[in-house]
Design a protein around this ligand. Sequence first.
Ligand SMILES: Nc1ncnc2c1ncn2[C@@H]1O[C@H](COP(=O)(O)OP(=O)(O)O)[C@@H](O)[C@H]1O
Ligand SMILES: [Mg+2]
Length: 294
Amino acid sequence: MIGHQAKKLEELVSASSKNQKKKSKKTRFIAVTSGKGGVGKSTISSNLAYALSQKGLNVGIFDADIGLANLDVMFNVKIKKNILHVLKGEASVSDILIPITRNLILIPGESGDEILKYSDMALFERFMEDAQVLDKLDVMIIDTGAGIGEHIQMFLNAADDVIVVTVPDPAAITDAYATIKTIALLRDDVSMIMNQVKSEKEAVAVFDKIKKVANANIAGSLNLQLMGKINEDVKVSSSVKKRALFCSEYPNSQPARDIELIVGKITSKLERNVLVTSNDSGLSGLFKRLMQHF
Ligand SMILES: Nc1ncnc2c1ncn2[C@@H]1O[C@H](COP(=O)(O)OP(=O)(O)O)[C@@H](O)[C@H]1O
Ligand SMILES: [Mg+2]
């Protein structure tokens, strides 16, 4: 069955690549995940996506936190249809996209678990048909759920960067470590963002502790990197309450400067002017990669 599905997907991908005459950019996929919920994944994903788009990049943000999809709240937009409607054949990908700024689009997720019923071939078929709308993206941020369910693993596998967010409290650190241990079975490169810290010093100290335990206990060649930190700041929580982005409300605040540093690291990794077939970009590119793990 799995072999059959994989073959069918391959046919779909090659059929869509034959239809691709135009070249598009290679999209960098960045998955944001965590061990524990409520550590700031959606806050960071939305602000990071916004800050990247302010640099002139075409950015997509995919709400893939099944059960807790809430990026519509973060961006203060109303959603009528989401990815579930696409999977059911009730909408096309372009129907559900929500423009946030000129070069930032939200791909809304479903905040229920009905979507899990659709994680089969039909999902991939429908996406391959019209996902090319998203081929112009430079970056796609995927806000995944906490923990490490099967569907999250697919995203973590397919992404160029996996960012594990944690806060410095012991329970969150333990859960972050457990998540890193599981991700290490899938890939070597894992990044971390330390959220709600008091200083760079605290972020580095917590990271070093995790890295030390990881190096001592995780077999293989894990390359754990600190991508950055975000200071604890009431401007962040008050912005979330107001359904605003702290990077736009308080661009000179410490948390906004922290996001800027992370943006700098991401943009330096982007392969500028690399032209690939649109098969390797946007959602088609993501699903092509997901397919390789069937
Ligand atoms: N750097 C921060 N400073 C202050 N509060 C924060 C910070 N980051 C997150 N929060 C608070 O934590 C809450 C949960 O964040 P959220 O992004 O929804 O977490 P997750 O997506 O991981 O479940 C936010 O509503 C916000 O109030
Ligand atoms: Mg969230």
